[in-house]
Design a protein around this ligand. Structure first.
Ligand code: AFP
Length: 335
């Protein structure tokens, strides 16, 4: 089996980007170690602090954020970083070529129940942002998801897995527990176009927009409804786990617009959740949309921006979008 380093060489990924991906992968090994030790290492539970989004930070949110920050500062290829747990972008090195956006521990509310969590990352070029050369500001990061050079996630589950794209498909690596090496275990992840599985937090049903209400109601009608087939539901409450399932066996995952809190109509963050996942999903043959716009085409306006997300099996995402008034007349095989 190929190691991650061998795989990056085989894909002709340039040396500095390979180095950065290996740094992220190595740090995730250390995070995996910390997560696995859980209560034994005293890392469970919340802190008294809140992040910029008003969410109480878990101890592991802060520990993993610091681990990634330290590793990226030592790497030498990174110009700046943005994290869910940092109020502002962080300048790293004047000579760095890359910007890294990350959620150090997605699904951290799962930590205390020993359920799935993961790290999500997105790598952008440092030179293409709209900010003037030589200056690193938030504006430098405001590039659409199409500009991503690489993206991935590490899932800390029964085994630790890394899903990666550098724009050449999606590869899945499994961390060997004895050698501590990421080994290639799936060279081409592919999302089946059709599915009978959906993932949504049903407790928000009454807050969704009408198109999503109708779409989910039709899924729930199963064989007797307009979709004429039964659907199963799953919800891990960590995007990283739900997207991993979609990449592994198809499905549709959505965190749609809702009006529970009119000041916060969307939940998931564009730069370090939706964009990297949309890049992976598209590279695996799936689709990712807000309901009205393709996620990778969104021009970001701020670093902690949130968006609605509908992603997964292409025909099912299209079906969902048709409820949102998107015309698929050029793609006639969509029911
Ligand atoms: P945290 O990273 O703050 O735990 O949030 C996880 C998340 O943003 C995303 O990974 C899940 O899909 C979603 O929240 C779960 O949301 P609910 O709390 O509505 O189930």
């Amino acid at each position: 089996m190929q190691t991650l380093a061998q795989h990056l060489t085989s894909q002709a990924v340039n040396d500095s980007l390979s180095q950065l991906i290996l740094t992220l992968a190595d740090t995730s090994k250390a995070i995996s170690h910390a997560v696995r030790h859980g209560a034994l290492a005293g890392v469970l539970g919340a802190t008294e602090q809140e992040n910029v989004q008003g969410e109480t930070q878990k101890k592991l949110d802060i520990i993993t954020n610091d681990m990634l920050k330290d590793a990226l500062k030592a790497d030498g290829t990174v110009r700046g970083l943005a994290s869910e747990e940092e109020d502002h972008v962080v300048e790293v090195s004047q000579n760095g070529q890359y910007l890294v956006c990350f959620d150090p521990l997605d699904g951290s509310s799962n930590i205390d129940i020993n359920s799935l969590v993961g790290t999500i990352f997105s790598i952008l070029p440092a030179t293409k942002g709209p900010a003037p050369a030589g200056v690193l500001t938030e504006t430098s990061f405001l590039q659409s998801g199409r500009a991503q050079l690489a993206a991935g996630y590490v899932l800390y589950g029964p085994s630790t897995m890394l899903a990666l794209t550098t724009g050449q498909g999606v590869q899945l690596f499994t961390l060997h527990p004895e050698t501590n090496e990421f080994l290639l275990t799936n060279a081409a992840m592919s999302i089946s176009p059709d599915t009978q599985e959906f993932a949504i937090n049903m407790s928000n049903q009454r807050f969704w927009e009408a198109p999503m209400q109708t779409y989910i109601a039709d899924l729930l009608l199963g064989k007797i409804g307009p979709r004429e087939k039964s659907f199963n539901m799953r919800w891990i409450a960590a995007m990283v786990g739900d997207v991993h399932r979609v990449l592994s066996r198809g499905g549709i995952f959505t965190y749609p617009t809702d009006n529970k809190d009119p000041k916060k109509p969307y939940k998931l963050r564009l730069m370090y959740e939706a964009n990297p996942m949309a890049f992976l999903v598209e590279q695996a043959g799936g689709k990712a949309s807000t309901g009205y716009e393709t996620i990778l085409d969104i021009q970001p306006t701020h670093i902690h921006q949130r968006v609605a997300v509908i992603l997964g099996s292409s025909n099912e995402v299209d079906a969902c979008l048709s409820y949102h008034g998107i015309d698929y007349s050029e793609e006639p095989n969509i029911e």
